[in-house]
Design a protein around this ligand. Structure first.
Ligand SMILES: [Zn+2]
Length: 339
C-alpha cells in the first residue's frame, strides 16, 4: 500500500511517497481504509527530528485520520465494516492506574501516532478498537481528519483552566487548529476572547470564529495595545513558548492562569519567578487530551458550537508541499491530505 514516510530527519524534501507492507490485523484491532489525514505541527517536529525521539525507519507520518472500516478483528464488537470513523490519535497500555482512571494521556506507554509509533498517512491502518469513533453525521472525511488532535487538546486545556462566563481570555497564535477550537469553546462558555496573530487578516478570520478582538504580535509594543482593548487578562492559552513568555507573565492578571500546550518558538523561556509567586499566577501544563475529551469535543461539533476550519486539501502525494505551507505559516486552520 502507498504511504507518506521518511527514511531520515530533515527538510520537507525527505518526505517520500512509496509502497510499504500492510501488517496482519490483530484480534483487537480495526482496519480502516484511510480517506483523509490531517496534518499537525507535531508532524513537522517529527520530520525535523526531536531530541530523545528515535524513529524506526521507514517512519510513516501523521496522527489524525478518518476513513471507512474495512475489516474488524475477531475480538471487536460494536464496530462494523463500512462504518465511517475517525481515530483517537495515540495508543496507551490500558492497564496502569492512569489509564484506568481515565487519564490515558499520562500513561508511561502513551504514544502518539506518527511520533513514538508509526503514523496514519497510508492507504490502510490497523488501530486498536479503543481508538475508533464514529464520525458525526454532518461531517465529511476531510473535516473529520482535521478534528481529533487539535480538538481534544483544546478541550483538555479549557477543562484545566476552568474559566467562568465573563472572564477575559487571551488565545495566542490564533491561526492554529488548537487556537481556533479554543476560541469557539471559550465563546460557547461565554468568555470574552482576545487573540494574537501574525497579521491583520488572521485577526479578522479569528473574529469570524467568534473572537472579540485581536492584536498583531509582530508589531512593537503589542502588549500595550492589548491593554487598550482589554484591561485585565484572566487566562492565557499559549503554545508559542519562549518568544512571548516574559510578556505573557506580565500580561496575565493577579491570580490568573497561563495554560501552555507547546513551545513552537523555543522551550528555554525565561521566567521572572517574582511575578509567579507574588501575583499568584498559575502555570498549567497540558499535552493532548483523553478519549473523553475527544468525545466531549465531538458533541460540541454535533451541536454546531465548533466549525472546522480547513485551510487547504491536497492529494497525499503532495505531502512535501503541505509541510512547507505549515512551516511558512501560510495557513489558517488545518491542511488535510486526501487518500
Ligand atoms: Zn497506561
Amino acid at each position: 500500500m502507498k504511504a507518506v514516510y521518511i527514511n531520515e530527519n530533515g527538510p520537507p524534501e525527505v518526505i517520500k511517497i512509496g509502497e510499504i507492507p500492510l501488517r496482519e490485523l490483530k484480534p483487537n484491532e480495526v482496519r480502516i481504509k484511510v480517506k483523509a489525514a490531517g496534518i499537525n505541527h507535531l508532524d513537522i517536529w517529527v520530520r525535523k527530528g526531536l531530541p530523545g525521539l528515535s524513529l524506526k525507519f521507514p517512519h510513516v507520518l501523521g496522527a489524525d485520520a478518518a476513513g471507512i472500516v474495512e475489516e474488524i478483528g475477531e475480538n471487536v464488537e460494536g464496530i462494523k465494516k463500512g462504518d465511517k470513523v475517525l481515530i483517537y490519535p495515540a495508543i496507551f497500555c490500558g492497564r496502569c492506574e492512569k489509564c484506568i482512571s481515565g487519564n490515558e494521556n499520562l500513561c508511561k506507554e502513551y504514544k502518539i501516532f506518527g511520533e513514538r509509533t508509526q503514523g496514519v498517512e497510508s492507504e490502510y491502518i490497523n488501530v486498536p478498537k479503543e481508538n475508533v469513533f464514529l464520525i458525526p453525521e454532518n461531517i465529511s472525511f476531510v473535516e473529520a481528519a482535521a478534528i481529533p488532535l487539535a480538538l481534544l487538546t483544546a478541550v483538555q486545556m479549557v477543562e484545566k483552566a476552568n474559566p467562568e462566563p465573563g472572564m477575559n481570555c487571551l488565545v495566542m497564535a490564533a491561526g492554529s487548529g488548537v487556537s481556533l477550537n479554543l476560541i469557539q469553546i471559550l465563546k460557547m462558555i461565554k468568555c470574552n476572547v482576545f487573540v494574537t496573530a501574525g497579521n491583520k487578516e488572521k485577526i479578522e478570520r479569528a473574529k469570524w470564529f467568534g473572537a472579540d478582538d485581536g492584536i498583531v504580535y509582530t508589531e512593537d509594543n503589542w502588549e500595550k495595545k492589548l491593554k487598550n482593548i482589554c484591561e485585565k487578562i484572566d487566562i492565557i492559552f499559549d503554545h508559542t513558548g519562549k518568544e512571548f513568555w516574559e510578556k505573557l507573565i506580565k500580561i496575565v492578571n493577579w491570580g490568573g492562569k497561563i495554560v501552555i500546550c507547546g513551545a513552537t518558538s523555543g522551550y528555554d523561556a525565561r521566567i521572572d519567578l517574582r511575578h509567579v509567586f507574588f501575583r499568584q499566577i498559575q502555570i498549567i501544563g497540558s499535552t493532548m487530551g483523553t478519549r473523553r475529551h475527544l468525545l466531549k469535543g465531538l458533541e460540541y461539533v454535533k451541536k454546531g458550537f465548533i466549525k472546522i476550519s480547513i485551510s487547504k486539501v491536497l492529494n497525499f502525494e503532495k505531502a512535501q508541499e503541505a509541510h512547507r505551507l505549515i512551516e511558512e505559516r501560510k495557513v489558517f486552520g488545518k491542511i488535510v491530505l486526501k487518500f
